[in-house]
Ligand binder design. Structure first.
Ligand SMILES: [Zn+2]
Length: 660
């Protein structure tokens, strides 16, 4: 029905016009949509290939330095009788282990191959061993005479029958199947601290009285010497097979101490994480398995040295330091940094923020090292906060990455986390150097010198990468894993032979294990106290992804911290430790006291001299302070020579300072 049909279309012309307008609108919308999609695709490709431009500094990546030919006998020469003599018994052996132990404890020493000059000192450390070829009869007699006259020896690995009478053993059985040492310390009784050998006096906690040498799951661990003590010799520690692990023998006016382990194995091996899984905990607890040997040496020196003075491990005469640190490894972790930084400033302290410099999207997350995050970083930097690197891609497989070429640069370094391969194109040098080049480029005037690996996964190449990119400090291990709470030097390839210039500050506490941080305050305070008793520091890692509960936990921890525990950012304490390590000093006895001569390399503030004698006064530089057993020094200028005179109060009985 045409009419109807027509009638059914009244106003066709009008309708047509409307449809025409509509179709134009649709086309325009379609065009706009298409354009928008094209733009977004183009932008995504642009972001993917060439993210908004960052401004790295041109970082010089050096070659791996040649092994230092440094002769420790030249580096640590004989200067005064108060020094401990480290006598090298094997011409080819280096003395890294005892040098690092004594250096960390602030004990004065020198290294020699000359028996005659070693015997002019009261304290003698024989290293690394004595067998039938080490000494001739006349030398052995000279050493025995030395002890009879009052000399004191600390030794390891004595297997020579000729020294059985001097060290007091009948037999020795070397084995690799011993897994722990139990020290013969008095029962935990705070009212009776007198019993026990003085060299064990720092070993007051259960974790210090019994130390692991390797995991029970591994049959053969480090070599140990199980000694059979002769009559009249004390066993100060035993292995689980009841053989003696530490012997003390009194000979005439002197003493010998003999340990059944190698310092290389129980200190350096643990510190470079080459141990046989000796640790009892990974993190969030007290694991002093390496520290006990440093503390034993400290107590040995304090007990028998005529001076007993040493460099304190903590500045300003404090008992310990808690280093605050935050990992910033998520796009939403930047804003809360401000709340942490503000709180820390109000508490008169600051922290180290380890920042991930992620500039490519990957399966883990979007890139976030751009404008908004950078603005926050710059704001944080204007306060006292310290900034370190936390890699570029934060890979869970960082421990498996290759070293790299040293040519890794932003933006051509295109490492990504992927589903099938967790660290595609990542290298140790890329993660370490590119992150530093970006932080230092975007934060004007910043020099990134401290690093922390993502997920605390450490490749053996890390120390080399850190050296070659110009870092000074690292905090990628946990204190539990390396059984160490004191800082120490990392070795190239974590190899126990070739030291780098990088100091490690292992992480004591982290915030991701359960229960939540805020419920762990009492247990953290207990570990901090355990470290303070040894003068060891603690490090806390709190992710800045939450400015509520986690900040609340930090606030409460600081509020309940003993007043004699310093709170600092990591670089502050790390600089102190490094300057203390490089300082060379000597104590010379004077009537009524002693003179301390110090040659300062980097400037150092708050250096503390600790003496077992009661101090009457100290003089020599303006601003010097003292307590009963400590002399606290003001800022000492770099490359300076400082003389300090300490007078002791001989009228009152000397009181041994509480262990620290
Ligand atoms: Zn992280």
């Amino acid at each position: 029905m045409p009419i109807n049909t027509l009638a059914s279309r009244p106003g066709w012309g009008c309708d047509h016009q409307q449809r025409f307008v509509e179709s134009k609108l649709v086309k325009t919308l379609r065009l706009v949509t298409l354009l928008a999609i094209a733009f977004l695709v183009a932008y995504a490709i642009y972001r993917h290939v060439h993210p908004s431009t960052l401004h790295p500094i041109l970082l010089h990546v050096g070659d791996r330095p040649q092994p230092a030919q440094s002769d420790l006998t030249q580096l640590f020469p004989e200067r005064a009788p108060s020094q401990v003599a480290i006598l090298l018994t094997k011409p080819e052996q280096a003395a890294e282990s005892p040098v690092r132990c004594l250096q960390a404890m602030g004990i004065p020493f020198f290294v020699t191959r000359d028996l005659r000059s070693a015997l002019h000192h009261k304290l003698l450390l024989l290293y690394p061993d004595v067998d039938g070829t080490t000494f001739d009869a006349a030398q052995a007699q000279a050493i025995t005479d030395f002890v009879t006259r009052g000399g004191v020896i600390f030794a390891q690995d004595i297997s020579w029958g000729g020294f059985k009478p001097l060290f007091g053993f009948e037999d020795v059985i070397p084995l690799r199947t011993r897994h722990k040492i139990v020290f013969d310390t008095p029962a935990l009784d705070t009212t009776n601290l007198i019993a026990g050998d003085p060299v064990l006096r720092y070993l007051n906690r259960a974790e210090e009285k019994e130390v692991p040498l390797g995991s029970l799951a591994i049959k053969e661990v480090i070599w140990t010497n199980g000694y059979k003590p002769a009559a009249g010799t004390q066993a100060l520690a035993r292995f689980e097979d009841d053989s003696a692990a530490v012997l003390r023998h009194d000979v005439g006016r002197g003493h010998t101490y003999l340990i059944g382990v190698a310092l290389n194995d129980v200190v350096l091996r643990n510190q470079q994480n080459r141990d046989y899984e000796a640790q009892r905990i990974y993190v969030n607890g007290f694991e002093p398995g390496s520290d006990v040997w440093l503390l034993l040496l400290r107590a040995w020196y304090e007990t028998y040295s005529d001076t007993g003075i040493r460099l304190g491990t903590i500045p300003q005469g404090k008992r310990s330091v808690l280093m605050l640190s935050h990992d910033v490894d998520w796009e939403y972790s930047f804003k809360p940094m401000l709340a942490f930084a503000d709180f820390e400033k109000s508490a008169g302290t600051s922290s180290t923020f380890f920042v991930q410099t992620k500039y490519l999207d990957d399966v883990n997350s979007h890139a976030f090292f751009f404008e908004e995050s950078l603005d926050i970083l710059r704001k944080v930097m204007t306060g006292n906060s310290d900034i370190g690197s936390h890699t570029v891609i934060h890979s869970r497989l960082f421990n498996k990455v290759p070293l790299g070429s040293g040519k890794e640069r932003y933006p051509s370094y295109q490492a990504r986390a992927t589903r099938d391969n967790s660290a595609q194109d990542a290298t140790a040098l890329g993660e370490v150097c590119v992150s530093k080049s970006l932080l230092d480029g975007e934060l004007r005037g910043h020099d990134t010198i401290i690093f922390r690996a993502g997920h605390l996964r450490v490749p053996p190449f890390l120390p080399e990468a850190l050296v070659r990119c110009g870092y000074e400090f690292d905090s990628s291990f946990t204190a539990g894993d390396v059984l160490s709470n004191f800082p120490y030097e990392l070795d190239f390839d974590l190899g126990m032979t070739e030291p780098t210039t990088i100091f490690e500050f292992p992480v004591t506490f982290e915030d991701e294990q359960l229960p939540p941080l805020v419920e762990r305050i009492p247990s953290m305070l207990d570990v901090i106290e355990a470290n303070a008793e040894n003068g060891a520091p603690s490090v806390i890692l709190i992710h800045s992804n939450n400015a509520k509960e986690k900040l609340e936990a930090e606030r409460e921890l600081l509020a309940r911290l003993p007043k004699d525990v310093l709170v600092e950012n990591m670089t502050e304490y790390a600089r102190f430790w490094k300057a203390r390590d490089q300082l060379r000093w000597v104590a010379r006895s004077l009537p009524g006291g002693e003179q301390i001569e110090m040659n300062v390399e980097p400037p150092i503030a708050g250096l503390t001299l600790v003496s077992p004698h009661r101090i009457q006064n100290a003089t020599g530089i303006p601003g010097i302070r003292w307590t009963d057993h400590e002399v606290i020094l003001p800022v000492l200028a770099g490359k300076s020579r400082v003389l300090v005179q300490i007078n002791y109060d001989r009228s009152r009985a000397s009181i041994t300072p509480s262990p620290r």
